[in-house]
Design a protein around this ligand. Structure first.
Ligand SMILES: Nc1ncnc2c1ncn2[C@@H]1O[C@H](COP(=O)(O)OP(=O)(O)OP(=O)(O)O)[C@@H](O)[C@H]1O
Ligand SMILES: [Mg+2]
Length: 224
């Protein structure tokens, strides 16, 4: 599904404030993989996920998603892949706090042109799938951290994504909720979803079949 070859990312290239966030990253991901990536703060984890999601581009090397060269693909193709095949849960969730859980999950469908009633039904069923159907009508601001995290996962998956990218998904959760979220990830992965999750938490990392670490932008296979 994913092939990275020699991928590097330099922020502020040529501006005197250059930051080398990724160095020569090689990574192969196959359909159905469940991968964790650990590493210290500032090591390049979010940078890598943003490139994988098509939210940002590498400054060197090649990224193929299902054979599509993501750095060279047209904006419209990149957007379509990002919206329909790839779901991302950002480090800060990126939810609209004054809107309900259901409205947040419907949003990608509505933007994609799905009609209101169908969008509502699909969003409701994904919220049920991640175990928070009963909170669909509540404002996100009024939900707990663990519940918000599930709303963010539901929103990432509502388009039937085949790849879920999650940036520190258990960061705001206590160990019980973190473990419940990993149960959900295992169940989704067993259903065929490919998952790449970034985490500081070794207990979370160990739940994935394959583990990588990143230090100073250099990736290394730890297990799997
Ligand atoms: N938009 C940006 N502009 C310039 N530098 C950036 C930008 N985003 C990240 N960086 C730098 O790139 C490096 C990697 O950042 P990144 O956010 O990928 O780290 P991380 O591993 O996700 O850290 P954390 O665990 O704290 O979330 C850091 O040195 C960071 O300061
Ligand atoms: Mg980060």
């Amino acid at each position: 599904m994913i092939s990275l070859k020699g991928v590097s990312k330099v922020y502020n290239m040529g501006k005197g404030t250059e930051t080398r966030a990724l160095r020569d990253v090689d990574l192969q991901v196959f359909d159905g993989d469940f991968i964790s990536i650990t590493g210290p703060s500032g090591s390049g984890k979010s940078t890598l996920l943003h490139i994988l999601a098509g939210l940002d581009r590498q400054t060197a090397g090649e990224y193929l998603f299902d054979g599509v060269d993501m750095a060279r693909a047209s904006d419209s193709l990149r957007c379509r892949l990002r919206n329909q095949r790839i779901g991302i849960v950002l480090q800060d969730f990126g939810l609209l706090g004054d809107d309900t859980a259901l409205e947040n999950v419907m949003l990608p469908l509505v933007i994609g042109g799905v009609r209101g009633r169908e969008a509502r039904a699909r969003a409701k069923s994904v919220l049920e799938e991640v175990g928070i159907g009963e909170f669909a009508g509540k404002k996100v601001n009024e939900l707990s951290g663990g519940q918000r995290q599930r709303v963010a996962v539901a929103r990432a998956l509502v388009h039937d994504a085949k790849l879920l990218l999650a940036d520190e998904p258990t960061g705001a959760l206590d160990s019980g909720n973190a473990s419940a979220l990993m149960d959900l990830f295992e169940r989704l992965n067993a259903g065929g979803l490919t998952i790449i999750t970034v985490t500081h938490n070794m207990a979370v990392a160990e739940r994935a079949a394959t583990s990588y670490s990143i230090v100073d932008g250099v990736i290394r296979l730890e297990r799997g």
